[in-house]
Ligand binder design. Structure first.
Ligand code: 4AD
Ligand code: MG
Length: 463
């Protein structure tokens, strides 16, 4: 008989049949005549109960090696469970221990803190929480491709090593060469560039994907992104994954519409494909999560301009006794506390903020007729703040060049980017969604370190 996964055994409920199933022991309870083993193989939330009737079992020596953390293979009969909590269980006729776990196994049957689990990032995949997060992350990643593929977008692999700095702002990680010959001689030259060219790890695939947008029409990139900003917060990572679509002929209105459709599509995918995981998060991590996701998936996002947002914040101070740490004036970059007020107290849901002052946004955003604001769009959500940043792009050659000079970019070096406006320029728009921030939103997890398999954050790079 074929080796089954726990999920298959539980789903089939084939009472009376013989099965072979393997997994890791979550817990082992030894009573006088019976032993109970909770078996988990990562295929689902929850465990499969294995019952051993010691008086009718020929492998009681093997049974003594079974402990929390060990990996075992079990042969037995599917029976209806008399205990509560599960419909079926396996009455074992044979058990073999594939790998035992000494009693210094760090994951005992109790709730470990997320902080503790971060210190053992190589073992935490065996916990319910991290397992559920990673299954959700997987479903989201696949749904991202589905959304764009259903709409005939072309997936473009933009470079990781790059010589341009798309955002013109954040710090970057430089790429250097280590000469292994010299290293052998005890000399490591960390200062050498990429074959004589100054390069770093990409902060965004946008500029590169724009170049394919003007050839293929509708494209997206989805890959790792690196930022060396020294932000030690629960929503910043030095390495994160970003989804960046770029659409030719789209203006701000169309950008807002597709961004909202995209987020709702992803939420629906998680609601549909991860019901057990969501129940778990709803119960253990964030009460009200599921109801909230259902609401978001079925209602339109609120929209306000930056100027309106500033008015709302000023009104909160003047008329509702709200106190902010950072001053509120037209022209400021919205701080986390402002975003929280807008999404958690004012709107109580996601909000799209558009038309920001040009000074606080990137050089490539299209200037409005007022000469002061740009057609940028951020989507803010409760509990997290910004999850999407995007804009209509400046498609006018002269205006873009002017902006580049104003922010101190080398127009020679970015000549290729200006070319996109020189030959057959078109209105076009795009956005970037931070994958981890989205996963935080749908799971209710509050620290970005817990939604990344091996997080790279300020002062933290385990393995
Ligand atoms: O707003 P950002 O910096 O926009 C861009 O990079 C544009 N080039 C996107 C585009 O228009 N194509 O970043 C986009 C999103 C943010 O809204 C946030 O969700 C995420 O990327 N993000 C981060 N996520 C985790 N850690 C960080 N350090 C992040 N920085 C940005
Ligand atoms: Mg942004």
């Amino acid at each position: 008989i074929r080796l089954l996964r726990v999920k298959e055994v539980v789903a089939a409920k084939a009472i009376g049949s013989e099965v072979i199933v393997a997994g890791w022991v979550r817990s082992m309870r030894d009573a006088k005549e019976l032993s109970f083993i909770e078996l988990n193989d990562g295929s689902m939330m929850g465990n499969l109960q294995i019952v051993v009737d010691k008086n009718n079992f020929s492998y009681n020596d093997t049974l003594r090696e079974v402990s929390t953390g060990a990996s075992i293979k079990v042969k037995g009969k599917v029976t209806a469970s008399v205990g509560s909590g599960q419909e079926i269980e396996i009455l074992a006729s044979f058990i073999s221990v594939l790998g035992s776990a000494p009693n210094d196994y760090p994951l005992q049957k109790k709730r470990h803190s997320l902080e503790f689990l971060r210190e053992i990032s190589h073992l935490r995949s065996r916990t319910n929480t991290i397992g559920a997060v990673m299954r959700v992350r997987n479903v989201v990643s696949f749904a991202i491709h589905q959304f764009f593929q259903e709409r005939d977008f072309v997936y473009i692999h933009t470079p990781i090593i790059t010589s341009s700095d798309a955002e013109g702002a954040g710090d970057m990680f430089q790429v250097t060469t280590i000469d292994m010959d010299k290293k052998g001689a005890g000399e490591v030259d960390y200062s050498r560039d990429f074959f004589g060219c100054k390069t770093h790890l990409t902060v965004s695939g946008q500029l590169a994907v724009e170049s394919y947008c003007i050839g293929l029409g509708q494209v997206y990139t989805f890959g790792p992104t690196f930022r060396a900003e020294n932000s030690n917060t629960v929503r910043h990572a030095a390495e994160f994954w970003m989804i960046e679509p770029e659409m030719a002929f789209y203006q701000l209105d169309e950008l807002m519409a597709i961004s909202q459709d995209f987020l709702r599509y992803l939420i629906n995918a998680v609601l549909e494909k991860c019901p057990q995981e969501l129940e778990f998060f709803n119960e253990r991590i964030k009460p009200g999560l599921i109801e909230n996701l259902r609401t978001v998936a079925t209602s339109n996002f609120s929209h306000m301009t930056y100027t309106q947002a500033i008015d709302v914040l000023k009104n909160a101070i003047a008329n509702h006794g709200k106190v902010f740490e950072h001053p509120v004036e037209w022209g400021i970059d919205l701080k986390s506390e402002h975003e929280r007020y807008l999404t958690e107290e004012h709107i109580r849901g996601p909000v799209m903020v558009t038309d920001y002052p040009k000074e606080i946004k990137s050089f490539y955003m299209k200037l409005n007729d007022d000469g002061k604001t740009v057609r940028g769009m951020d989507i803010l959500v409760p509990g997290i703040g910004e999850i999407i940043g995007g804009s209509e792009r400046e498609d006018n050659y002269d205006l873009l060049k002017e902006r580049m000079i104003a922010v101190g970019l080398d127009v020679e070096e970015y000549g290729w980017y200006l070319d996109l406006r020189k030959y057959g320029s078109v209105p076009h728009s795009g956005f970037g969604l931070g994958l981890e921030r989205f996963v935080m939103w749908v799971t209710g997890m509050s620290n970005i370190r817990d939604v990344i398999p091996f997080p790279r954050t300020v002062k933290h790079c385990q393995f």
